[in-house]
Design a protein around this ligand. Sequence first.
Ligand SMILES: [Zn+2]
Length: 491
Amino acid sequence: MQIFEKKELKKRSDNLSDWYTDVILKAELADYAPVKGTMVIRPYGYALWEAVQEIFNRMMRTRGVENAYFPLFIPHSLLEKEKEHVEGFSPQLALVTIGGGEKLKDPLVVRPTSETIMYAMYAKWVHSWRDLPILINQWNNVVRWEKRTYLFLRTTEFLWQEGHTAHETEKKAIEMALAAFEWYRQVFEDYLAIPVYQGIKSAAEKFAGAKTTYTNEALMPDGKALQSATSHNLGQNFSKVFDIQFAGRDGKMEYVWQTSWGLSTRVLGGLFLTHGDDNGIILPPKIAPIQVVIVPIESKHVKKNALQSARDLFLYIEPLKKELEGKGIRIRVDSSVESLGRKFNKWELKGVPLRFEIGDTEVDSNIIKVARRDTFEKFNIQRSDIVAYTERLLVEIQKSLFEKAKKFRDDNTRDAATYDEFKKIMSSTRGFIRAFWCEDAACEAAIKEETKASTRCLPLNSRPGLEHEASGVCVRCGKPASHRWLFAQSY
Ligand SMILES: [Zn+2]
């Protein structure tokens, strides 16, 4: 028996963070680039991002949101227009001060987000209520300088989508912000199999310049929260600054009501952290670029010659592949010259949900050996049953990954009635803590300073276990508090 190289991958069970970096590099999802804080997203990682794009484009189309593209450079003076906004971003800005060999009079900011440049254009385009709504999204890269970086989770340059809409009434803007917020929940829960708590950000944690920020918060296996996608009701904060006015139905001039919302490549980091084991990542079938890998096993028999065996294998596998593809299942046949063990390890590392092993034995008895990535179970399935079986199993794996992550999240969401309890949770298991908070920013900052836990959100929906109590006292300062907030240490 050959001993296959599994030794290389660091163990997830030993140290999640070391495993995370290692598995991203070894599964060829991404690699470090020459500039510190930047990374290359490799084809297998990029295929996941493309899948997210496809899903999200489909969702946006249901409300008529269209894709467009705005420039990478923003005049610094434009960014400075909205005071709160520029203050929120200034420590992270990358500035271009020289262009074409000359010092620029107005330095250019490499976009950290595109509100300012887009809204300067919206001011030009909007005149009457008939020009509304504006429903634009762009897929692009943004730059926010980071001192410490972490593949996918915190990089100086990252990819995302940023939706920016303008409406006639605040009601319509809020509807839009909430629709995007719901799309994000669907991306996480229904596709990435990551359960999220949905809620509203505190004043200190909300987006710079927003009236309300809606957030989706996920729990990672190390007990830290990942803020995964946010949607903002911008009110008229930006339209007043950028002078986006329209003549209303009554002829009076009014400022538009706006939203912005973003989902970044950070979610892929959350995906890799959430589902995995010592053998690699585990991809939920709905998002997996390859759902089934077929590994042909060459003949070891003497009763057939090698050529005949290879032909039989090909004739067995090709129609099977076509049939599965016809059902929309994403297949890869691995006919590479590597050893079987290496092939198995490689596809386990890359998290492909199902592996089919097909050799002479399977061909002769008209079966397929199926191996499930998440549980390592193996089954012998009749050829005639395989398509329906595969479809069913992919649904089951998707569901099972979500349930497992949800159980972990629920088991690690705790109530803290006293500050001692709060601190004890934060110094041991971490996870989400539900506690009354007085909503005073100084108290919030002190909690963060003393325990590393920040407010993640005020949960919006009353899912089981998250019902709002009438009132209570702040877990730290004892002042009256009207809501239980969700706290956690964040990524
Ligand atoms: Zn307090």
